[in-house]
Design a binder for this molecule. Structure first.
Ligand code: SF4
Ligand code: SF4
Length: 133
């Protein structure tokens, strides 16, 4: 039985929390983050979110997600796409995506073949569509 650690173990390097863009939060993400922070929706929105039309994203501070500080400060309340990263389904359909993401994420097994990676990730995603790392 394949396990997540066969293809990925996060080193907590923080690379994926850097940069000028962050993932967007769906309604479930927003509720989970509010509950985790123990604040009101308005307080969370004021302190941590960038809202553009219907799109809610986390603010950027000093070139990284506002929650990043040698790790994720809202770990249990992070958006599901953060929890899914770096195991994005696009890696299964395009080896170049796999290579690009693996280069940027030291947590991905750097030795595994593309075929084995796809086989294991497919097994895991069949059991758990929203893979949480
Ligand atoms: S998911 Fe990858 S890039 Fe992000 S902190 Fe973990 S090892 Fe680093
Ligand atoms: S919420 Fe956490 S995991 Fe997601 S980008 Fe921000 S610091 Fe990184």
């Amino acid at each position: 039985m394949a396990e997540l650690k066969d293809i990925f173990e996060c080193t907590r390097c923080g690379y994926c929390c850097q940069g000028e863009t962050t993932v967007s939060l769906d309604e479930d993400d927003q509720k989970r983050m509010i509950a985790t922070l123990g604040l009101s929706r308005e307080e969370v929105k004021e302190m941590y979110w960038r809202v553009t039309g219907n799109v809610v994203q986390m603010k950027i501070q000093d070139g990284h997600c506002i929650f990043y500080d040698e790790g994720c400060k809202v770990h249990l309340g992070r958006p599901w796409r953060c929890a899914q990263w770096p195991l994005h389904p696009s890696m299964l359909s395009d080896e170049n995506n796999f290579k690009t993401i693996r280069e940027s994420c030291p947590g991905i097994n750097q030795e595994i073949s593309y075929a084995d990676f796809c086989r294991i990730l497919t097994e895991i995603m069949d059991e758990q569509p929203k893979v949480h790392c």
